[in-house]
Design a protein around this ligand. Structure first.
Ligand code: ZN
Ligand code: FE
Length: 254
């Protein structure tokens, strides 16, 4: 199985690269050119550029890099994404550089956000973060909840490749919500050690996320009761719990 590499970019973005054999690669969400150009100087040959959503920190270097390496760009069909690209929709397959990925529409952070799934990986952009999820800029809480549930239903061994290094900040909120979750305490300690060593906290397995990410745990009775106690929502209504949890996090100072 090809192993994904996270190229740090901007303040806390990751540009993911994935190569099956040799140096032919796909890259995901290049918001900055230089990290990719540096990898290209080491032999990386991007054949495809995948875009999860239109935000500039995911797209600013797409046109520059596409021209430099002749890569095909795949992106959701959204007029806010500049340049030439192949528009993708739910279920589309991208076979490139010996890799096989499919498109999953995951609206919520933005209305046209997609994830790319395959090779045991999930490139989740700003939809699913480790121990957190994206802010709701355009979608409804119900849409985001549904998108996250579909991602969480991927095989447990799926390795999640998020577009930002937010794990430690997310951990402090997650621990506030679920202070008694041992898997979460363990993940937070592991993430602290990784960051102290200058390493990414990603990828992380979906199995770990299901056990630790509060936004994937809205059906857990203890978490639901805690959120209901905080927000006064119905603990049996998972979408209401998710909505309250997302709002709680929006106002959380850490
Ligand atoms: Zn975004
Ligand atoms: Fe972003």
């Amino acid at each position: 199985m090809p192993f994904p590499t996270a190229l740090p970019a901007l303040s806390d973005n990751y540009i993911w690269t994935l190569a099956e054999a040799g140096a032919d690669a796909i890259i995901v969400d290049p918001g900055e050119a230089e990290p990719v150009l540096a990898a290209m100087r080491q032999g990386l040959r991007p054949r495809a550029i995948l875009v999860t959503h239109h935000h500039h920190d995911h797209t600013d270097a797409v046109a520059t890099l596409a021209e430099r390496c002749g890569a095909t760009v795949y992106a959701p069909d959204d007029a806010r994404i500049a340049g030439e690209f192949v528009p993708v929709r739910e279920g589309d397959r991208i076979e490139m550089a010996g890799l096989d990925l499919r498109v999953m529409e995951v609206p919520g952070h933005t209305r046209s956000h997609v994830a790319y799934i395959g090779e045991g990986l999930a490139f989740t952009g700003d939809t699913l973060f480790s121990l957190g999820c994206g802010r709701l800029f355009e979608g409804t809480p119900a849409q985001m909840f549904d998108s996250l549930e579909r991602l969480a239903a991927l095989p447990p061994e799926t390795r999640v490749c998020c577009a930002h290094e937010y794990t430690l900040a997310n951990a402090s909120f997650a621990l506030t919500v679920e202070p008694g979750n041992p898997a979460l305490a363990e993940r937070a300690a592991q993430a602290r050690a990784a960051r102290a060593a200058g390493l990414p906290t990603l990828p992380i397995s979906m199995d770990s996320e299901r056990k630790t990410n509060p936004f994937l745990r809205c059906r857990e009775p203890r978490l639901a009761a805690r959120v209901a106690e905080y927000a006064g929502c119905d603990p049996a209504d998972a979408v209401a719990v998710f909505t309250a949890l997302r709002r709680w996090k929006d106002g959380f100072a850490g």
